[in-house]
Design a protein around this ligand. Structure first.
Ligand code: COA
Length: 248
């Protein structure tokens, strides 16, 4: 278990907190592994009825750790990010996100798999994959157009334009926009509300609402094929190196 992810059970609600604020909660391989384990265990654990994923005040998640991207670009490909995406898409229990501050890359695309999203007024959602020489992942090339229509998905996924919390609500990614200081509490309240519902009817209805799951899994695999190839490109390598070398 990574110390950069804190997993705590509060009654029937499991809170998965990304806990690397000094790096804006950029996800390392170990963090992917820890979140995957918490999700997979909850699939088998009848006591857990709802999950919450949260970050810290300034950062929900700054995406994949770019140092790890660079080592993947140098041939050291690790399966944990992919395993995380599959566990996220397949998971059995509803997931609520508490989004404060920045959500970048997978920090944004994972939200398309959540069942309920609470965001602070100052939150921003962005997917700068193209500018990094990569393509969007997590099934977002299917889920984003489905959720917000082609034009808005193009603006976000391809042009890399960030969404404010209010725009994300308008686009159907976020349910509620609240004062940043209240994000965690309101997300936890929503999770408790879900956890108090009859679990079997929640599970059956949610399963029916996700009849496109096989398509999502196929899209995740298709994206990965291109993603792996693009990770090795000179363009991507140069973008990672430039980020890591930038001066403040
Ligand atoms: N990978 C590795 N380190 C990251 C990171 C990432 N994805 N995102 C942030 N960090 C690190 C920074 O390098 C910095 O480290 P340092 O203090 O050792 O120099 C620290 O986190 C704080 O980030 P900083 O950029 O100073 O904060 P900011 O508030 O000015 O900007 C972001 C925050 C998230 C907008 C900016 O860090 C950023 O653009 N990160 C890259 C996001 C990204 O492209 N992710 C991949 C998407 S596919």
């Amino acid at each position: 278990m990574s110390s950069d992810v804190a997993v705590t059970d509060d009654g029937a609600v499991r809170v998965i907190r990304l806990n690397r604020p000094e790096k804006k909660n950029a996800l390392t391989r170990a963090m992917y592994g820890a979140v995957t384990e918490a999700i997979r265990e909850s699939d088998q654990n009848e006591a857990i009825r709802c999950l919450v994923i949260a970050g810290h005040a300034g950062a929900f998640c700054a995406g994949n750790d770019i140092t790890d991207f660079l080592s993947a670009a140098q041939g050291d490909l690790d399966p944990r990010a992919h395993q995380f995406l599959l566990a996220l898409a397949r998971r059995q229990k509803p997931l609520v996100a508490a989004v404060n501050g920045v959500a970048v890359g997978v920090g944004t695309t994972l939200l398309l798999h959540c069942d309920h999203v609470v965001a602070g007024t100052t939150a921003t959602l962005s997917t700068p994959f193209i500018k990094l020489g990569l393509i969007p992942e997590a099934g977002s090339t299917l889920l984003a157009p489905m959720r917000m229509g082609h034009a808005r998905a193009f603006s976000m996924l391809i042009m890399g334009r960030p969404l404010t919390a209010a725009e994300a609500k308008d686009a159907g990614i976020v349910n509620t926009v609240v004062d940043p200081a209240q994000v965690d509490d309101i997300a936890l309240d929503a999770a408790r509300e879900i956890a108090a519902l009859p679990p079997r009817t929640v599970a059956v209805t949610r399963g029916l609402m996700r009849s496109h799951l096989d398509d999502v899994l196929k899209q995740i695999h298709a994206e990965l094929t291109h993603f792996k190839e693009l990770l090795q490109s000179d363009e991507a390598r140069a973008a990672f190196t430039a980020f890591l070398a930038r001066r403040k």
